[in-house]
Design a protein around this ligand. Structure first.
Ligand SMILES: [Cu+2]
Length: 177
């Protein structure tokens, strides 16, 4: 017979089993149907994904096209004066950290800062400590509990020795320039 599987496959779409029996064509038709269903469902999936993407993207696109108007509106209001009056770079005030260690030390023991800077002592020990200037007036943290910290803003130039009230052997130095 010259009707090989190829021809039988071709006949599948015409109608009934071309061979009138449950021969290879029958199996091929089944396969072809299965293929068709697969292709269809793939297309459906594609369509679904596409429409989902469109549904998700639409608000984004709308947002993206709408925001430039808002973004552009803002700067116009503030572009006027400033350019000429702004001072040439203010010196930024830093925050310095001194660690109170479990070896009863301030780390670093000596710290140099500028007026306006802030120093933060962080107690990483399990005991209470203080940061108390030895001149008896410039600063005194009071009790700094474990895991707590205390901040001091350096307001006046000078060299300030300090120590810990419960542990007078704990000594540190703050130099303000
Ligand atoms: Cu102490």
């Amino acid at each position: 017979m010259d009707g090989g599987p190829g021809r039988a496959f071709g006949s599948v779409f015409i109608g009934e089993n071309a061979y009138g029996s449950r021969g290879p064509a029958h199996a091929n038709r089944k396969n072809a149907l299965r293929l068709e269903i697969e292709v269809l469902s793939k297309n459906l999936k594609k369509q679904f994904v596409l429409s989902l993407a469109v549904a998700l993207l639409a608000p984004l696109v709308a947002f993206a096209t709408a925001t430039p108007a808002i973004a552009q509106a803002a700067p116009e209001a503030s572009t006027s004066a400033e350019a000429t009056t702004e001072a040439p770079a203010k010196t930024a005030h830093k925050v310095h950290v001194v660690i109170i260690t479990n070896r009863l030390t301030y780390q670093p023991p000596t710290l140099v800062v500028h007026v306006g800077d802030v120093v933060e002592w962080i107690n990483k020990d399990l005991y209470i400590h203080t940061v108390t200037s030895t001149d008896g007036k410039t600063f005194d943290s009071g009790n700094i509990y474990p895991k707590r910290s205390w901040r001091y803003k350096a307001v006046r130039k000078g060299t300030y020795d300090y120590s810990c009230t419960p542990h007078p052997d704990m000594k540190g130095k703050l130099i303000v320039r």
